[in-house]
Design a protein around this ligand. Sequence first.
Ligand code: ZN
Length: 663
Amino acid sequence: MMNRRDFLKKATALGIGGALYPLQHALGAPPQHKLKMLILGIDGMDLHLAHVYMQKGVLPNFSKLAAVGGLRAVSSSFPPQSPVAWSDFSIGATSRTHGIYDFIHRDPATMMPFHSTSRVEGPEKTISLGGLKIPLLDGKVELLRKERPFWEYLHDHDIPATVFKMPANFPCENPKVRMVSGMGTPDLRGGYGSFTLLTSAPHYPAEKVKGGLVVPLKFKAQKATASLAGPKNTLRVDEPDTLVPITIWRDQKNNVARIQIQDRQFVLKSGEWTDWIPLSFTMIPHLSDVKGICRLYLKSIHPDFCMYVSPINIDPSDPSLPIISSENYRRELEQSVGYFYTQGLPADTKALSSGVLDDVEYFELEQQILAERNRMLDHELSRFAKQDKAFLFFYFSSLDQNAHMFWRIHDRGHPLFRENSNNPPGNAIMHMYRAMDKMLGDVMDRLDIHDPNLRLIVMSDHGFAPFRRQVNVNTWLYEKGYIELKNIQHRESNNYFDNVNWTKTVAYNVGINALYLNLKGREKYGIIPESRANQFLDRIRQELLDLRDPATGRKAVSSIRIVPARARRDNPFAPDLILGWSRGYRTSWDSVLGGFSPQVFSDNNDKWSGDHCIDPALVPAVLFSNKAVQKARPALVDITATILAEYGIPLPSYMEGTPLFGV
Ligand SMILES: [Zn+2]
């Protein structure tokens, strides 16, 4: 049977697509030109937990909204990873159209991994002059998500739109739509958030600290000096790190320290945070510098001095990359909110995983991040309240990040569960749901949810599950004979496939849910002819569905999607097979980047203890709205279709969803 999407495609090809929608609107809601729509995007809000907390009475404002319009389970993307799910929502179509399949893709021509949603490249042509490298052309910053997002259609129809921190939307350049980029936006050093720890502790296990830099300090007469590393100076031939000096005087008796960075001084007690500090990294003296911002946290003064420096964020008042869509919006934010976290995900999960911040310190930082985000929402809401037609999308990352890091506290089945879970910060996940409820309450105090011209939607991109056991897919492929190693004595390697004999390898895993065949004509060293691809994929799929955890006897994989051959031919970055793990399981930390482990299965002993990159049927997202939804289990793409339909805008043919609201 022809599905709706195929029908629309054919209808559009025949030139009748435009005529279809007036008909639909004659049957459904009329176009609303005075309509205001606010969508609050809460990453990782889980359907089951929402129900549990609503029943406990912890979420009175969510209960109120659900009573006015409703609460629905929403099918997430396959795989249910945020860059994929929010791209489904942004484009109104699935991976085959927007091209994002996983956090990490690989380039089959080089076999190298890359961040799937954007690419930042230096200038291709430069000339050398002494020690300097002068660029002849600008570098390139490219958004890899394909097709037009829904907000461009809003703009085409004169609906003023603001899209705040939509994931997978960096770089964002469009003077017509107010946007700040979100998840996927790098810090100033070009990573996704790397902290610095300045410490006088002897023998600090620097090699164990993943995700940041450890800078050793030596105090002489209670004074120490060090440097903070900024971006690489790409204007110099040898590309050294740019550095900012930092001087520390400590007063052990009074438990305070004075810190000087560039022309600013701070006095901090142990346990205190600074506000944002502007930094200037010099590329060419007096001519070119790059602006960043950071925050300091003084952990301890004695016996060992320990100070956490946040990742150096791109300065939003003078951004070196396109993180705010227009100069006007940049100036408006500078005046009304000042400095703010610009890195894609502000929570420093790596600092918690590596023990540089403890649970209480991490939780405190998360509260500060949320308070900053709420101040920005306050600014956007004041503006939204004054408009008579408008669209606002506003995104929160805190609930997702807290659920990742604190799942272990209430999950008795997790290897890091400890009986005395009443220690601070207590039930950090419930606390965050409560904080979201308070935020929603503040929003509903300022807007009339019974106003027929207002649509209020709260949505998430996926739910949540425990991450107790990790599975090294590459090790499994090796044990099954699909990967050949050059040297089997050195099987446990984390150095991105350096021990793999590609000329005898059938399939491999890169990314959290993606599995690829080593396909002839596509992969650099491909050996599997296209004619045998399906045979191998069917076999691997069946064997994975039969895979059992020897420790529990449970099946590790709940569902598997084989990507259609045409989608794979159209896009060389698309995986061949997508893994949908059972609850409690996920691809291992090592396997994600081409590493091998001694065992296929092992406990996940990382504080990153909850996850959602599993079978999407097991982690539905949520949709609350102030208008009744007709469909029982909508998909993310249906919410996109709803936005355009509510404003009376025809759906472009590539969009896959159907509008959710009736008359
Ligand atoms: Zn997440």
